[in-house]
Write a new protein. Structure first.
Length: 165
């Protein structure tokens, strides 16, 4: 083999190495994602949320039907339906479950302590005893909230401060 061919071969291997390493780390199995939605399946806003979620996954390389499978359940604010929908999702053994409201998270925490739960729009998850803290949630649940009570206190304090001229 000539020197130039050898250098080209090595250069090509070095350039391809990151892609090969990534390919080895990516398992061939389809990941399963569950989602417990607080509204109804026909709710236009919830359908927009699901579409945005799927689009975000797609932009990150996770394509429904190719390398992920989404399992969605809706409970429309009904406690009994939330309980049964949480149980259904846990029985499917997803890799992770997305949950969009406090009631759903409460029901999922009653069903599993091992499947990772990612919550959004849960009011006071610390006060409800669902996580230890927002900074270090512990357990199998993590996420974010739109309202954290200590922020509300600080806002009230700011309103009572005298204005500076």
């Amino acid at each position: 083999m000539k020197r130039r061919e050898f250098v080209t071969l090595i250069g090509g291997a070095v350039a391809a190495w990151p892609r090969l390493a990534y390919a080895q780390q990516t398992p061939d199995r389809v990941r399963r994602i569950g989602a417990l939605m607080a509204y109804t399946k026909d709710d236009p806003e919830d359908q927009q949320r699901v579409a945005a979620f799927q689009e975000g996954l797609k932009q990150s390389g996770w394509i429904e039907g190719r390398n992920i499978q989404g399992d969605y359940r809706w409970y429309a604010g009904d406690v009994d339906r939330a309980r049964s929908a949480a149980k259904e999702l846990v029985e499917l053994k997803p890799d992770v479950i997305l949950v969009g409201a406090s009631l759903g998270l409460v029901m999922l925490r009653q069903e599993t302590r091992s499947i990772p739960l990612v919550f959004v729009a849960v009011t006071d998850p610390v006060g409800l005893g669902l996580v230890e803290s927002l900074a270090r949630p512990g357990g199998n649940a993590t996420g974010f909230t739109f309202f954290e009570f200590s922020v509300g206190t600080k806002l009230l304090e700011a309103l009572h401060r005298p204005r500076r001229a």
